[in-house]
Design a protein around this ligand. Sequence first.
Ligand code: F6R
Ligand code: MG
Ligand code: MG
Length: 369
Amino acid sequence: MEKGKKITLSAIKADVGSYTGHVRVHPDLLAVAKASLEEALKANFLIDYHVTACGDDLQLIMTHQKGSDNAEVHELAWDTFSKCADRAKELKLYGAGQDLLADAFSGNVRGLGPGAAEMEFVERGSEPVVIFMADKTEPGAWNYPLFKIFADPFNTAGLVIDPNMHNGFVFEVHELKKKKKILFSMPEDMYTMLAFIGSPSEYCIKAIYRKNNTEEKVAVTSTEKLGLIAGRYVGKDDPVCIVRCQSGLPAVGEVIEPFTHPHLVAGWMRGSHHGPLMPVSQEDSGPTRFDGPPRVIGLGFQLNEGKLVGPVDFFADKAYDRARDIANQMADYMRRLGPFEPHRLPSEQMEYTTLPILLKELDAEFTDL
Ligand code: F6R
Ligand code: MG
Ligand code: MG
């Protein structure tokens, strides 16, 4: 690592095929991905990497010094996913190559199917980071926990007690369909921001900054929406989120605390149902019941000159057993509603699913009242 130069942490993910159905990434794909990134490491292209999976999504966590949205890093991710997709096709895995929406790479994986959360920063004396990865849900799923972590004093004691956090944080919120962004300053703009981020299907928290430095991110999410890119339902977005912790930022315990409350998110079966976001260990991240319930894993690393020391699998801990119990009870309750809202998503949000095709077929049969 080049001293004094910023480090870039990139979490890039894609579903390039899974088994059985949309449940898990096959071990062969993990091996192919590791071999691909190992080669890049040996060539001194990457400083370090960690390959993992959350449900049916393959996750490439990489450190380097090339900055966010770097074409070469994105090409490496794309090539790695492509090699994995080839293996998935050989194994006749389900949805092989699913998230690779383009035939060829064109400069940046954003817009081609994969999701990416990246940030550049000067590595501090000690740099703890938590990377959250979710399956069977969408980017808006991070709105609730990120608000709790960086703006809710009932969650984050540091907002009250730590003089370095007492001034609050700045949130960058994106309107995904219209491709617009806005900054909100916490706590001053809290009520206004909540009016937007309370609609997680429309507005997503993209990044969070310290008050005095809106250049360097302290949290970032992937906000790629597969439906918007493909114009139809090809799978859920299954987002990732990186949060830096401690020393004037929320403590690790404050960062993982919101996941004790399994909030309702959009996704689950056919990307068309609300269900609880269940915190689970990496090992337990394969969705089962009704292709769910939606799951989140949280892996912690310490950066050491760009090397990824870890991970700690936070939600493997017993302290999250009760959250899982609550999530399972919520899943029972929601499932009983069957095809009725609010289990099934409201019609506006069904736009990119297969339902509109059916409704269109019946158009002519509707007569005027
Ligand atoms: C949700 C998801 C699954 C599939 C479902 C149907 O994100 O991926 O719930 O939508 O298993 O899949 P197909 O239509 O491929 O049979
Ligand atoms: Mg899949
Ligand atoms: Mg998935």
